[in-house]
Write a protein that binds this ligand. Structure first.
Ligand code: CMX
Length: 136
């Protein structure tokens, strides 16, 4: 594995409109981007904290992953995302180690990153995302 840093922490919220003011006005962070990721059925809001981001996730569909998560568990930490070098190679390595992959090949995520998820049942309960910047 080649993990370079924690890319972001994903937090499921019912409403970006209600959650963003807490992060901006109470915590003093700045929301620098809002983006809908149709494929993942979410609308996202990003905040930079050092070299790590916080990604707020509002579901755009009750049947999407975040909609189902909130229905079952309520708002809260949804996933942990590591930045890696060589996403496909890392996925092949993890599969070889018996880790259950949600995505066997990378998909497009927010901010144009290539992403893939590992199933929380094989990562001690934490939905884990691997991200890599696409090569220029
Ligand atoms: N963290 C930890 N556990 C989770 C979880 C999460 N975020 N989401 C679901 N689970 C647990 C459920 O509680 C359930 O556990 P129990 O069986 O003990 O009750 C189990 O996982 C369910 O697993 P499943 O039946 O295989 O699948 P689900 O239909 O509930 O889907 C998951 C779960 C993780 C496979 C699905 O949400 C997924 O594919 N996620 C990846 C994509 C995603 O989350 N996209 C949104 C973010 C996009 C972005 O960052 O841009």
């Amino acid at each position: 594995m080649k993990i370079t840093h924690i890319e972001h922490l994903g937090i499921a919220v019912k409403s970006l409109e209600e959650a963003i003011p807490f992060y901006e006005e109470v915590l003093g962070l700045k929301c620098y981007a809002i983006e809908e990721v149709a494929e993942q059925k979410v609308k996202t809001a990003f905040f930079m904290v050092g070299q790590t981001k916080i990604e707020l996730l509002e579901s755009t569909d009750p049947e999407g992953p975040v909609g189902k998560f909130i229905e079952k568990r309520g708002e809260g930490v949804h996933h942990l995302a590591f930045a890696v070098e060589g996403l496909q190679e890392n996925l092949n390595y993890l599969e070889g180690k018996g880790v259950r992959l949600i995505n066997k090949t990378p998909r497009k995520g927010a901010e144009g990153l290539n992403i893939a998820f590992l199933h929380p049942k094989s990562t001690f309960g934490v939905l884990t995302e691997l991200c890599e910047k696409p090569k220029q």
